[in-house]
Design a protein around this ligand. Structure first.
Ligand code: BTN
Length: 328
């Protein structure tokens, strides 16, 4: 375990008590300079460390630890999360689930990690997942799916996440087709659904729904390239302290409800109502990289995006990329 992680644990678990740099250094068997560096890194990651001259360091807010015990305190689901795996650090919760499936994992298993060192996003992109700053988890949904149900499942997860955040923090989150949750025009959550297609039957025997939420990243802790488009819940909602265990439990609760009625597509009305694209003009990025301006007309019952270009041609897209949302 790194010095930073050890310092983090001591401060988080001490209920706001002060520790001097010398005491931390002695306990961990490292130099005071190493402790100081660890504190700097924790502050950069958004941890609320307070330092007092000649006294030491402490965490000022109530700790937001991710533990199985705390998650279970909030969990009111029938099967999602019955098997719950919580880790401090892993490569990617989606990859962990894929391995579990090879060992016969069961429906509803949830894997959560405080940090991901190889978090993955759509289209081969990296998903930035620093420790303590976000909620990164994957849910195994294994029932027979038709291929087109994958985007419906992703849409279900987006509505569940959006709903849970709004209920807990009194926000008005929106969904950017097909899988991003936005708050105040900035992305706060991404969803990556993966599965394995049986070519014989054309069905997917399982799906892994991976959800990554930016909880307390600040502009300074965000990689340069993301700063103008990405934010976090605590950055956007004033005086908000997210308890990740409660947020996770709330999302799982909403997801379980929505998955149970997924085939009836009732949630689609809410999905459309939460869409930040319907009725807007946007840049549509073709697979070859060319960009064209289109108006977003609707989202179909199987979650495809219907657009109309400037010549009046209407197209239905099952995948692809939206560039900028254009001003009216
Ligand atoms: C995107 O924005 O393109 C999707 C991001 C999905 C990130 C989540 S975090 C939990 C799960 N594990 C991963 O490696 N990715 C997903």
């Amino acid at each position: 375990m790194s010095v930073k992680t050890q310092v983090k644990h001591i401060l988080l678990e001490s209920g706001g008590e002060y520790f001097s740099g010398a005491a931390l250094a002695r306990t961990l068997g490292v130099s005071r300079n190493a402790v100081w560096k660890a504190i700097q890194e924790l502050e950069k990651q958004g941890f609320p460390v307070e330092s007092k001259k000649s006294v030491g360091y402490r965490m000022v807010q109530a700790a937001d630890l991710l533990t199985e015990e705390d998650i279970r305190k909030y969990l009111h689901t029938k099967y999602l999360g019955n098997i719950l795996i919580v880790k401090e650090i892993m490569d990617s919760t989606n990859d962990y689930c894929r391995n579990l499936l090879q060992q016969g994992a069961i429906r509803g298993t949830v894997v959560v990690s405080n940090e991901q060192v190889a978090g993955r996003g759509r289209q081969g992109k990296r998903f930035y997942s620093p420790g303590g700053c976000g909620l990164y988890f994957s849910v195994i949904v294994n029932q027979d799916f038709q291929l087109q149900d994958a985007s419906v499942l992703t849409a279900c997860a987006a509505v569940a996440t959006s709903r849970a955040i709004d209920k807990l923090y009194h926000t008005h989150t929106q969904i950017k087709w097909v899988n991003d949750v936005y708050l105040n025009g900035k992305k706060i959550c991404g969803i990556l659904t993966e599965g394995e297609l049986s070519l014989e039957s054309g069905t997917m025997s399982y799906a892994i729904v991976g959800i990554g939420i930016n909880v307390r990243n600040t502009e300074e802790t965000m990689p340069q390239g993301l700063r103008s488009t990405v934010s976090s819940i605590e950055e956007e909602v004033s005086d908000c302290h997210v308890q990740r265990c409660a947020l996770l439990a709330a999302i799982l609760y909403e997801m379980e409800q929505l998955i149970s009625e997924m085939t009836e597509r009732r949630f689609l009305a809410e999905y459309r109502q939460r869409s930040c694209l319907i009725g807007k003009r946007v840049e549509w990025v073709e697979t070859n990289g060319t960009v064209k301006k289109v108006a977003v007309m609707d989202i179909t019952d199987d979650c495809a995006l219907v657009t109309q270009d400037t010549f009046g041609n209407v197209e239905t897209h099952y995948g692809g990329t939206i560039g900028k949302i254009l001003e009216d």
